[in-house]
Design a protein around this ligand. Structure first.
Ligand SMILES: [Zn+2]
Length: 100
């Protein structure tokens, strides 16, 4: 691990370990549908909850919200589900822009 932080400049071609930072897998149909309708509460069947702990925080206006992280079994897209207090709708936000 320490070797990766040496002064050697990064190689011009992406290494396999960097692939997760820039996913090239096209988003599946379910994820594209979710991106088109990010306010629905029901997660698509391809999404699995990543961590059971729900993060509770506040936005800049002091409104509390909870966040859960999901990942797609089909295309690997990571989604964050934001659920604000006193709001009817949730919002799904992909961790990276979807690849079509
Ligand atoms: Zn997907």
């Amino acid at each position: 691990m320490a070797d990766m932080k040496s002064a050697v400049p990064p190689p011009p071609t992406p290494s396999p370990s960097a692939a997760s930072a820039a996913p090239a897998v096209p988003a599946c149909a379910n994820c594209l549908a979710l991106a088109a309708d990010p306010r629905r509460r029901e997660p698509p069947s391809c999404l699995t909850l990543r961590n059971s702990a729900t993060a509770i925080s506040q936005n800049a206006a002091g409104v509390p919200f909870s966040m859960m992280t999901f990942s797609c079994r089909d295309c690997g897209t990571v989604w964050r589900l934001y659920d604000r207090a006193n709001e009817l709708f949730v919002s799904w936000v992909p961790e990276h822009p979807l690849v079509r």
